[in-house]
Design a binder for this molecule. Structure first.
Ligand code: PAF
Length: 298
């Protein structure tokens, strides 16, 4: 039976520290769970951590704002950083170790190796809007799995295309790591929790409710028998546009490779990205799996 730590998590700062910690745990016969994060921890991260603590004897959470996955005009510099609060959350959750490397440690001068996520999974939707993003995610996740040699690693369903990328890389690179995808956590207004929600002004936060309610409207149509993917996507798009959001994309996709479908089926997902002012948010519902993401009072 896994035992949450009652101590402050051990601080690990280099990939070698992480490998030594993990090797010692495994040599002692302990299973290892890893939760990769970029910090600014919220209830969504806490759900991943709680699941990892329940599933594994030892849990390490990485906190690293990964420059390789941000485009030149994106929010790397202003991405929220909150190390003291993050470490307090890890201690409260019973996490055994925190891996907190510097950029120089993760990407030393002279690094020549990269990863390329091929096909529609890397190039479409998030991949098209954020060129190079998934290659940067794949590189850092691979480095974390190689150094951390976990039995399991935990990711949030909200980043649906990222989850598909990570599942593929874990299999393609024979990591032997089980990738556990955990359900999206939503605030009481239905908005999926995200580190980027802090960018929203109070007025924008109200406007952002259109994101879960657009998906709820499309799910309602799906449940009433609508199977035409264009019709479902148009429902979401119109709902968002009527609320004044700037729609980046809406699509009904296969969960494994993110190719778009013409007829919606229970294993498909509706994915979207939209901007409210300067803030870009993404969301997803899984047809036939999720309940409609309507917040209380929306
Ligand atoms: O989802 C995130 O927070 C990041 O993309 C991840 C997986 C930690 C890689 O930097």
């Amino acid at each position: 039976m896994p035992t949450p730590s009652t101590d402050t998590p051990e601080l690990l700062s280099t990939p070698d520290d992480l490998r030594r910690w993990s090797t010692a745990s495994r040599t002692a016969g302990r299973s290892v769970g890893m939760v990769p994060t970029m910090g600014a921890l919220h209830a969504g991260h806490r759900a991943l951590i709680d699941r990892a603590v329940a599933d594994n004897d030892r849990v390490v959470v990485s906190i690293f704002v990964n420059p390789a996955q941000f485009g030149p005009t994106e929010d790397f510099a202003r991405y929220p950083r909150n190390m003291d609060a993050d470490l307090a959350m890890l201690a409260a959750a019973g996490v055994h170790a925190a891996f907190v490397p510097t950029v120089e440690t993760m990407y030393p001068a002279g690094l020549v190796t990269g990863l390329d996520i091929a096909g529609p999974l890397g190039a479409r939707l998030e991949g098209a809007s954020r060129p190079g993003h998934f290659n940067g995610v794949a590189l850092v996740v691979t480095k974390l799995l190689v150094a951390g040699i976990p039995d399991r690693a935990y990711f949030g369903q909200k980043d649906a295309q990222q989850c598909a990328v990570v599942c593929h890389l874990a299999r393609d690179l024979d990591t032997g790591v089980e990738i556990v995808v955990c359900p999206t956590v939503r605030d009481t207004d239905g908005l999926a929790v995200s580190s980027r929600n802090v960018y929203l002004s109070p007025e924008e936060r109200v406007q952002a409710r259109a994101i879960p309610s657009s998906l709820a409207e499309a799910m309602g149509r799906y449940e009433a028998g609508e199977r035409d993917a264009t019709a479902l996507a148009t429902t979401v798009r119109s709902h968002l546009a009527n609320a004044g959001l700037d729609v980046d994309y809406v699509a009904v996709v296969r969960a494994d490779d993110f190719t778009e479908v013409e007829k919606a089926a229970p294993t498909n997902q509706i994915v979207l990205a939209a901007r409210i002012g300067n803030t870009r948010l993404i969301d997803v519902v899984r047809l036939g799996v999720d309940t409609a993401p309507v917040g209380r009072g929306v």
